[in-house]
Every structure is written in structure tokens, then in C-alpha cells.
Design a protein around this ligand. Structure first.
Ligand code: AMP
Length: 271
């Protein structure tokens, strides 16, 4: 376990010199099956896998408290090692942002419409910390989950636009048995809220039964409306693979905000 950026850089430089490909798996910790799938894949594909555990204060907006985010570093180290991580990098906030809020931040324009509207500044925080982690790690393969679809687009764009020596690898969304996408935030749900949470997954799967984008959206909105504990933030469609649609949904359950997404149609977008 490393907590200083210079240690991480040194360790990964040495591994690269020895011929290893570096796999980087950035996380905010409280590792679950979704994170584990990314670490496993990295361990299978790379000579050295580094998991970073850092609750990045920069990506929390007003009214979002990083202190409330679930943390459990001992558990994270255990899980990360069990699924093949070689290094866990868990820096304190003062290591990443020694001067407090950095004067330099990174803004990726134009790919983040829905989440950006709901969480102003969020993706600047994400892009800034991903930039720092990539600069510390050096040339690598970086693993991100499709669960955070808009984040994945922001990261891909950042890495392409700024020529990072990083190959982005996307892993599929891992779900609980009832369809709820694994998320560290699920631990914050009360039992009743947890029971209500799979409505996001149901909305996506029932939306997927429609062809017309307006019908997909209406179906999603109607499904979420059936669940009184859940308040819809947005249900939107974006261009998916092969000219189809990907549905994105965000909702609040009590104090917890959950997001999910799914490829819902492989019809041509203008059909
Ligand atoms: P987080 O710790 O929530 O910031 O997530 C760290 C990484 O794990 C991000 O790339 C996420 O997209 C990914 N991730 C989170 N939840 C899941 C999931 N259920 N399935 C797959 N990847 C996930």
C-alpha cells in the first residue's frame, strides 16, 4: 500500500523498465464486485495492476459531502489483493492537493450534458483527478466501468484530446442479483430504500422493449414513478453502439443519488 505519489511513480517506472504493462484501476474505494471485475481484468491483461483508492473532494458539488462517502481501506486492500492487484495507492487529500483546491483544473467540454446539468463541476473534478493519476502512473492501460457511462466518455475524450499515453479499457456494469448496479453508495440505503432501488434497472429493461425513443423515455419515467421512495432526476437517451440508443437514468432515493445505464436499442437512430 502506497500513499505518496512519488512512491507510485517509482514503483510503476521500475515495473515498466522490467517489461511489465501497467494496469491502472482508479476508484473511490469501498470496493465491490464492479471494481473487482475491473481489477481482475487488469490483472489478467497487465503485468502490474495498481488500484487507486481516493475519495476525490474535487468531484463533490455543493450539498454533496465527501465525508459521508463510505470508506473502508482495510477491506479495500483485502479485496484488491484477492482479485490480483499488486499495488494499492491510497493517498491522503493533502498528498493529491497539497495547496487545497488546485489552481489548475481540467474541463472537458461537450460530452457530459445530463450529469453536468445535475452536478455542476463534477466532471471537472473527475477529469482533474484522472489527469493527476495518469501523470503519476505513466504509460498504462486504465480500466473504467460502463456503469458511469458519461464519465467514461469524458475520460476517453480527455485522454484522446491531451494525448495521454493511456489506453482506456471499459468494463461492463456488474449488478446484484435483483439488477441493481453495484455501487459504493448502495451501502448508504436503508433496507426499504435498498428494496426500492432496483426500479432503475427495471426502468432500463422495460424501456428496452420499445423502439421509438420517445416511447423508451416515457416507459422509463412511468416505471420510476411507480416507486414512491424514488425521485427521478433524469431519464435520457444518447447515441449508443451501431446507431442505437443508450438509456441513462439518475434518481434520488432519500439522500442517496444513484445512476445506471443500458444499451436499449440497436435500431438506427433515425429509423
Ligand atoms: P467509483 O469507486 O464509484 O468511482 O468507481 C470506480 C470505477 O469502477 C469506475 O470506473 C466505475 O465506473 C467502476 N464501477 C463502479 N461501479 C461499477 C459496476 N457496478 N460495474 C462495473 N464498473 C463499476
Amino acid at each position: 500500500v502506497l500513499d505518496r505519489g512519488d512512491q507510485l511513480r517509482k514503483e510503476l517506472d521500475a515495473a515498466r523498465l522490467g517489461g511489465a504493462t501497467i494496469g491502472l484501476v482508479p476508484t473511490m474505494g469501498s470496493l465491490h464486485k464492479g471494481h473487482a471485475s475491473l481489477v481482475r481484468r487488469s490483472a489478467a491483461e497487465c503485468g502490474l495492476t495498481a488500484v487507486t483508492v481516493f475519495v476525490n473532494p474535487l468531484q463533490f458539488g455543493a450539498g454533496e459531502d465527501p465525508a459521508r462517502y463510505p470508506r473502508n481501506l482495510d477491506h479495500d486492500i483485502e479485496v484488491a489483493e484477492a482479485v490480483g492487484a499488486d499495488v494499492v495507492f491510497a493517498p491522503p487529500v493533502a498528498e493529491m492537493y497539497p495547496g487545497g483546491r488546485p489552481a489548475t483544473t481540467v474541463h472537458v467540454a461537450g460530452v457530459d450534458t445530463m450529469e453536468a446539468a445535475s452536478r455542476p463541476g463534477h466532471f471537472d473534478g473527475v477529469a482533474t483527478v484522472v489527469t493527476k493519476l495518469c501523470n503519476l502512473a505513466g504509460p498504462c492501460r486504465a480500466y473504467f466501468g460502463e456503469k458511469d457511462w458519461q464519465q467514461l466518455q469524458v475520460v476517453r475524450r480527455l485522454i484522446e484530446d491531451l494525448s495521454f499515453p493511456v489506453e482506456v479499457i471499459a468494463g461492463p456494469t456488474v449488478r446484484e442479483a435483483d439488477g441493481l448496479a453495484c455501487s459504493s453508495r448502495n451501502a448508504l440505503l436503508s433496507p426499504a430504500e435498498r428494496a426500492a432501488a432496483p426500479v432503475l434497472y427495471r426502468a432500463l429493461t422495460r424501456g428496452a422493449g420499445e423502439d421509438d425513443p420517445a416511447d423508451i423515455r416515457a416507459r422509463m419515467v412511468a416505471v420510476v414513478a411507480e416507486e414512491p421512495l424514488v425521485t427521478l432526476d433524469y431519464a435520457e437517451l444518447v447515441a449508443g453502439a451501431h446507431g442505437g440508443w443508450r438509456a441513462l437514468v439518475a434518481a434520488r432515493i432519500g439522500a442517496v443519488r444513484l445512476i445506471d445505464n443500458m444499451e436499449v436499442s440497436n435500431r438506427c437512430a433515425d429509423a
